[in-house]
Design a protein. Sequence first.
Length: 201
Amino acid sequence: MNQTDGFEHIHAFPNYFNIELSTKMEFEVEIEIDSGIFYDTEFSSVKFDVLLEKDWKLESGFISGTTHCSSPDIQIEKLSTFCFKEKFCISTTNFQCCPQIIFSIYSIDFFGRVIVKAYGQTFIPLSSIKSELKVRLFVPIPNNSISGFFGKLFGKNPEYVDPMKTLVYSFGRKFISTKPAGLLNINFVVRKRFWSENGFE
């Protein structure tokens, strides 16, 4: 697994990229947002959104959700525990594109406004039954100190207008400066269906 610029790059389909299938194959995915370490927030919640590319379809469940708010553990500095689980089933007839998950960390500022504090991104590890990932979080930083000051004053910190497009497709990402914002501990359990019909064991 290679980590670069806040992204988690994993081999979700090591042996069967670009395979056209005779019938659809389903994946039952259980995601657990276990805990996180956040550098610049004391009270936070995590929102996740699953991006399904072409040829992928949601069969059941929810591909978006938000955890409860959590504050850091007293004994473990900056570690917030969520233990949030969500289950959904997705299907495909083509392995060309792997589903990805975008994480957004929300918190409350000094004036009680809900703002985005950090982002993270990872592929869903469909090739493994159980996986434990550490997703690196990052936050956009203002171009100058003046815009940073007014951003905090008006509750509009630098953030992506469309996180799904910017993080997944990297549109304009090279023009945006970021800094590390923490780590998110994610657990996956993936169960495969209809593999034998397509010649897989």
